[in-house]
Design a binder for this molecule. Structure first.
Ligand SMILES: Cc1cc2nc3c(=O)[nH]c(=O)nc-3n(C[C@H](O)[C@H](O)[C@H](O)COP(=O)(O)OP(=O)(O)OC[C@H]3O[C@@H](n4cnc5c(N)ncnc54)[C@H](O)[C@@H]3O)c2cc1C
Ligand SMILES: NC(=O)c1ccc[n+]([C@@H]2O[C@H](COP(=O)([O-])OP(=O)(O)OC[C@H]3O[C@@H](n4cnc5c(N)ncnc54)[C@H](OP(=O)(O)O)[C@@H]3O)[C@@H](O)[C@H]2O)c1
Length: 245
């Protein structure tokens, strides 16, 4: 497809054995915070392409947050890229996990697992969320503490914002300053609302979910019990979702 262009890696961060970020210099088309594009690797006889969310705000250098799936077709190759290496990137982004798809509300809840925090970092960096919502809550669920990627960047982007709450969950070890277990359990038992001081209501809450598809499904079920519904253009609700697999 004519939409593929070549990008060059200008920086990389290794967060853990499997989590890494790539900053890529490429002449991509304008996109909206929360959207994704495709990255590809050309083997001897075929091209393997997968979707990746932009972590950067529109207009900044392209940045992606990835997890290596050891048996995966693409990520082991992307994980080997070093500064100066080239890769294929789709010029045009797409996707509906964007603020213009969210009906007006008071509280914006951004909830992601693993690399699913990426599009929310882009939204915070882009900044129009601060005008659209009175309160913003970013909930990030990971297995181990070292997987709380972008924690510092999130701190920088939200410094001085009294109406912002960052709630990290670590499910497989105890880390001071984080919540134990899964996001879904904390919604079910009310501890998430209590921790933040906001209640889930159809009137005030707008929710964006991203990452592990089982987390997305289970969170949707929990929020339905609180009266929230999936948002569809033809049937407005409160919850927007993006499954990573
Ligand atoms: C809209 C969209 C946006 C995405 N954005 C990102 C992103 O920003 N960062 C990112 O790392 N991935 C993202 N993904 C997932 C990505 O497209 C690939 O599926 C992933 O990188 C695995 O590719 P692979 O070829 O190495 O593995 P494959 O050979 O395709 O194996 C896929 C298997 O790996 C597991 N898996 C896939 N993605 C993930 C993941 N992110 N975390 C944990 N397990 C996973 C699942 O079990 C899946 O069945 C996104 C997917 C979609 C649909
Ligand atoms: N060190 C490593 O080897 C390593 C590290 C990270 C990732 N990976 C690779 O990446 C893949 C995925 O990694 P990931 O960390 O992004 O995985 P993940 O399975 O999506 O886990 C991320 C967080 O989501 C939680 N979660 C999972 N299912 C949920 C559900 N239904 N409801 C609510 N929360 C849920 C997990 O809790 P639980 O812990 O309770 O499941 C964890 O806290 C793995 O399969 C592996 O291949 C490997």
């Amino acid at each position: 497809m004519a939409d593929w262009i070549t990008g060059k890696v200008t920086a990389r961060t290794q967060w853990s054995d499997t989590l890494f970020s790539l900053v890529v210099n490429a002449d991509v088309a304008p996109f909206k915070a929360g959207q994704f594009t495709k990255l590809a690797w050309h083997g001897e006889d075929k091209k393997v392409a997968r979707a990746y969310s932009y972590v950067n705000a529109p207009g900044q250098e392209c940045e992606f947050y990835l997890v290596t799936i050891p048996e995966g077709q693409l990520t082991p190759h992307l994980a080997e890229l070093e500064v100066g290496d080239e890769l294929l990137i789709q010029r045009t982004a797409t996707g509906f996990l964007t603020l213009d798809e969210v009906p007006a509300g008071r509280d914006l809840w951004l909830m992601g697992t693993g690399t699913g925090v990426g599009p929310f970092v882009s939204l915070l960096a882009e900044g129009s969320c601060w005008q659209q919502f009175d309160n913003i809550v970013l909930v990030h669920g990971v297995r181990f503490g070292e997987e709380l990627g972008y924690r510092e960047r999130i701190g920088e982007l939200t410094q001085g914002r009294l109406n912002f709450h960052y709630v990290p969950f670590v499910s497989r070890e105890q880390i001071a300053g984080t919540e134990p277990g899964r996001i879904t359990h904390a919604i079910a038992n009310g501890s998430l609302e209590q921790r933040v001081g906001l209640t889930f209501t159809p009137e005030y809450s707008r929710v964006m979910l991203c990452g592990n598809p089982q987390m997305v499904r289970d969170t949707l079920s929990e929020l339905k019990l609180k009266g929230l519904q999936k948002h569809l253009r033809r049937k407005p609700g409160q919850i927007l979702m993006e499954n990573y697999w």
